[in-house]
Design a protein around this ligand. Sequence first.
Ligand SMILES: NC(=O)c1ccc[n+]([C@@H]2O[C@H](COP(=O)([O-])OP(=O)(O)OC[C@H]3O[C@@H](n4cnc5c(N)ncnc54)[C@H](OP(=O)(O)O)[C@@H]3O)[C@@H](O)[C@H]2O)c1
Length: 342
Amino acid sequence: MDTLALEAKGAKGDAVTGPVTPARKPKPAKKAKKAVFFEVEILDGKTKEKLLLLDKVEPNATIAEIKSMFHKSHPQWYPARQSLRLDPKGKCLKDEDILQQLPVGTTATFYFRDLGAQITWVTVFLTEYVGPLLIYLMFYFRVPFIYAPKYDFTTSKHWVVHLACMCHSFHYVKRLLETLFIHRFSHGTMPLRNIWQNCAYYWGFAAWMAYYINHPLYTPPIYGEQQVKTALVIFLLCQIGNFSIHVALRNLRPPGSKTRKIPYPTRNPFTWIFLLVSCPNYTYEVGAWLGFTVMTQCLPVAFFTAVGFIQMTVWARGKHRSYLKEFRDYPSIRSPILPFLL
Ligand SMILES: NC(=O)c1ccc[n+]([C@@H]2O[C@H](COP(=O)([O-])OP(=O)(O)OC[C@H]3O[C@@H](n4cnc5c(N)ncnc54)[C@H](OP(=O)(O)O)[C@@H]3O)[C@@H](O)[C@H]2O)c1
């Protein structure tokens, strides 16, 4: 334990000298304030090699500040790619964690892991969503080398194909705009290596769906206009619902903060589903793709909807568990994604 007592020192170690009035007897010096500084050592999480020793760290320093100090000595590891843990195999500490509130005493040992090159979430989402938008349009306009040459730049004779293109484009434009102007993300970055799998998922599915929907031999839905119109209503209602939930989530978090709160229904009826579901944005998302499946009556779309549903169910269950853990008063009636079911 390394306790440093600073005698009449300012925060940065400058001596504090009070003015002395000659006419009066000088006041006795104030009792020296004791400030306990922390010693922080950072070890490599794998090799246990000592990477840095900081001997005078303010007790109220945050992990983010410690990461910045570490960055100064190791410029190749900028804060976003650092993971600091109390135990080499333990949980990653949060940037806002405060040194003196951690179970560490006055000598703290942190284990460092390099998370690899990082990319911002906004870039991730933009890359993920611009791809499907453009890929789908390439199939819609039947650019050369996709179908037989005689179909190059021809258009489908089925109006549902044009409607499907509008719906698909609308969906991804909405997502792009939401990413830019609505979402307030708490995580700044993600490892660059993950972007390949995310893009492969969205881009690959978009190409697969678009190939069949825009195929010259595509056959429209079996129940015709009635099926397409019903599906369009489902699709649009779910898009409005999804957007409403995104706005409600945004309003839970003041700009620039990472606050997480329990979401509750607002005056917008599309948010009333919060009474029964923890992640209704996923519920609406699945609903929109279900609408698109019925509209196009296309197997790859049904497959994309099913995979998306499974993925979002896994995430919703995780988020639901975190809500229950984090908030004691979390409404117990809510289900992760489907009311009363799942
Ligand atoms: N088709 C598919 O396969 C598929 C899959 C996934 C997502 N999506 C779509 O993409 C959208 C976004 O996905 P996502 O997984 O990022 O959704 P999400 O985790 O629900 O987050 C949406 C936004 O709300 C914030 N947020 C969530 N809960 C909050 C709370 N309790 N308090 C304050 N802020 C909160 C999130 O911040 P944080 O940064 O803190 O999380 C994020 O900025 C989905 O709603 C869905 O429409 C589609």
